[in-house]
Design a protein around this ligand. Sequence first.
Ligand code: C2E
Ligand code: MG
Ligand code: MG
Ligand code: MG
Length: 279
Amino acid sequence: YTSKERKNSYHFFSSKNGDVFDRRLKLENGLRTAISNNEFKVYYQPQVDLNTGEIKAVEALLRWNHPELGLISPMEFIPLAEETGHIIHIGKWVLNIVCQQNKVWQNSGFPSLRVAVNVSSVQFQDAGFTEDVKEILRKSRLAPQFLELEITESIMQNVKEVLPIIKKLKEIGVKISIDDFGTGYSSLSVLNQLPIDYLKIDQSFTKAVLSSPNTEAIVKTIIQMGHSMNFILIAEGIENKEQVDFLVQNYCQMGQGYLFSRPLTAEEIMSILATKYKI
Ligand code: C2E
Ligand code: MG
Ligand code: MG
Ligand code: MG
């Protein structure tokens, strides 16, 4: 570089970083008032029984419509909410909404519908978490087996701290699943000790299962291992029929993805709960 170019590129990066900083500040400040300003909305994506085509559960997925910056992905705002501590309040808010909502669906003719909620590791390890879950179930009158808490594999790194929490939650009676399985740290001996109900195969595997022999072998192994540990397997990110065929042939019991449905509003979910997808 000439010194002039170096100067220009420095200038370019500094102003770009300025924008990133500005956006971050706006999002951080926005998180504080997003709930009271009604900017969050919970969407739900069906989880389908791959043998019958029935909707057995829905996964709650949070959406944030920022007044100035528009729709923000949870991949961007959840990490910020974790760093700033807002996740505790937001997570509790989501749990309340989804338990109340599931009770409405159950009372409308779908008494065994389950709702899955993503729980941040920060929220999961917060001192009040298990009491909050108990209290929210009590207030909503939702039976605990119809609430599924999704935690990620990376949480197992703190198995000493996390195992007692998982055990307490199992005493309460809720279901637990490991989300994005296969992408993170995992120790099979730790996994085997955990009283987990569901393993969610990460969508990156589902996506590549037909094109990469390597991925095919990994998915088959995850499914076999899951069965041997008595977990129910849920494949994420199913987008075509060929993926379903592969998964069914290999005994993966459940799936979700755009092939069946994108995440929908609570009202839209109500109107499709009786759907039986052709498998
Ligand atoms: P996740 O829990 O693994 O959720 C699955 C993500 O994949 C969702 O993205 C969903 O919309 C998307 N998806 C579903 N089916 C398909 C498909 O067939 N193809 C493709 N390409 N994508 C599909 P979303 O809603 O943007 O959420 C991203 C992540 O943000 C979630 O990943 C979860 O980790 C986190 N998240 C979302 N809502 C919450 C929440 O309420 N609390 C916490 N702590 N995290 C949340
Ligand atoms: Mg999830
Ligand atoms: Mg996932
Ligand atoms: Mg995820």
